[in-house]
Design a protein around this ligand. Structure first.
Ligand SMILES: N[C@H](CCC[C@H](N)C(=O)O)C(=O)O
Length: 276
């Protein structure tokens, strides 16, 4: 199978974008892993596949696959790259788009330059729906990891996130602790793990150990989940700049029941073809 692809990234969280409208695509988890492999394939954190919508309210459907081959519900950085991709490939001329994902509908708007704004939907805090095993909903939960108890928030942006506060993101045990929490039994679908250092009521720093990938240079849904967790604890205001290793995202959330909006860049790196 010969595939045309576009390599893109959102603040260094990188993607192989595939247009499944103009070309027939059938990808197994093994083929996804091959595409994502940084030595044997193209190399990326996620593979994003653009399809015609099934939902009549949507302009497109986009499917998200982690580097480990698993399909997931949402990808914030990927949504911004999707918006740029469909415009560059002349699949649409719209400035405002509705896209269907496994996690629900996202509303995207092109801003100036390479900036895209995304309505990421209403965050889910009910543990059962994250999903996370807990007796009742709370701002934070004690989580025992090999005998040490950590305080985590549990938020779904369509995909599950655990958020921990740390003194310093640079020295935070992202790799070791992130890997353990990603597969913690109380997160039955595994989880993305955010390490958040709040520096003021409108600024914070975040590193994310992503489910199915490991640490990435940025995580859009992770930035949204971190902003929600911090806002719920009244540690930040409604609008906050989240600084990730790859750069900043602007997140706005005005409280429970309200949607989260995320604004940031989308970058096209190169176009290519691959035979699988
Ligand atoms: N690893 C995530 C999917 C990609 C999310 C991230 N790249 C973003 O920008 O939101 C998960 O398994 O839920």
């Amino acid at each position: 199978m010969r595939l045309k692809f576009t390599k893109m990234h959102g603040l260094g969280n990188d993607f192989v974008m595939l247009d499944a409208i103009s070309q027939r695509i059938k990808l197994s988890p093994e083929k996804i892993r091959q595409l994502a492999d940084r030595n044997l394939g193209i190399g990326c954190d996620q593979v994003l596949v653009v399809e015609a919508p099934r939902n009549p309210d949507a302009d497109f459907r986009y499917r998200i696959y982690n580097a480990d081959g698993g399909e997931v519900e949402n990808c914030g950085n990927g949504a911004r790259c999707f918006a740029r991709f469909v415009r560059e490939r002349r699949l649409t001329g719209k400035k405002h788009l509705v896209v269907e994902t496994a996690g629900g509908l996202l509303r995207l708007s092109h801003l100036d330059g390479d900036q895209v704004s995304v309505d990421m939907g209403v965050p889910v805090l009910e543990p059962t729906d994250v999903p996370f095993e807990a007796d009742r909903q709370a701002e934070t939960y004690p989580l025992d990891v090999d005998g040490e108890v950590f305080t985590v928030s549990a938020v779904s942006m369509g995909n599950p996130h655990a958020v921990l506060l740390v003194e310093d993101v640079i020295t935070a045990p992202v790799e070791s602790l992130g890997a353990k929490i990603e597969r913690h039994p109380r997160f039955p679908n595994r989880v993305n793990v955010g390490f958040l250092q709040i520096t003021s009521r409108d600024e914070a720093h975040l590193r994310v150990f992503e489910r199915g990938v490991g640490e990435t240079r940025a995580c859009g849904t992770g930035a949204c989940a971190a902003a929600v967790a911090a806002r719920l604890r009244d540690l930040v205001d409604d609008s906050v700049t989240i600084h990730l290793p790859g750069g900043p995202l602007t997140i706005h959330w005005s409280g429970p029941g309200q949607p989260v909006t995320m604004s940031g860049p989308a970058t096209t790196v190169y176009h290519g073809q691959i035979v699988l």
